[in-house]
Design a protein around this ligand. Sequence first.
Ligand code: URA
Length: 196
Amino acid sequence: MEKQEKLKTLHERWFAKCTCELKKTATQAVPGDGNANSPIVFIGEAPGKNEDIEGRPFVGTAGKFLAEMLESIGMKREDIYITNIVKYRPPNNRDPLPEEIKACEEWLAEELALIKPTLIVFLGRHSMNHFFPLEKISQVHGKILIRTWPGLGRQHFLALYHPAAALYNGGMRETLIEDFKKIPKILKKIEKDSEK
Ligand code: URA
């Protein structure tokens, strides 16, 4: 089976299996979306209102900003894979609770293990803290982080501010745009180093 098809089956299995309490209030699950062969996976926080309605991640204002930044580095949304830590919308877009993150964590782990991306990009602190609980995004944004992770082995990560947080904050917005521009170089460097 092709990777893309395997991913579809994986999501279908999790639609039935996930025990997240948010299932009760959300319209539907919002699974990861995009190219299963992408060298980059972006991980956001949780679906918002528009994502809950459409069943796709990052289709609202934050998604438009993300698409613009992707275009600025010569990439399209279809080229990459994008997912969230939590697959159901928390009521009124509140922060996801630890037990909600826990309920979806195996789902995320399986999609990452299937894709095996070269680089995982965190969009915001929630996604970063799932992998690096002690780091502060204000200190590590724009920097390469490395750690081993079950199903992935030695993995490279890049932490970015969340596009929704940066959208209306001039300074953070500039920082996010600058950090985002580092992605192609980082990707090349990781690929080159792995050839050694
Ligand atoms: N913000 C997120 O973190 N994820 C989405 O899918 C949309 C907005």
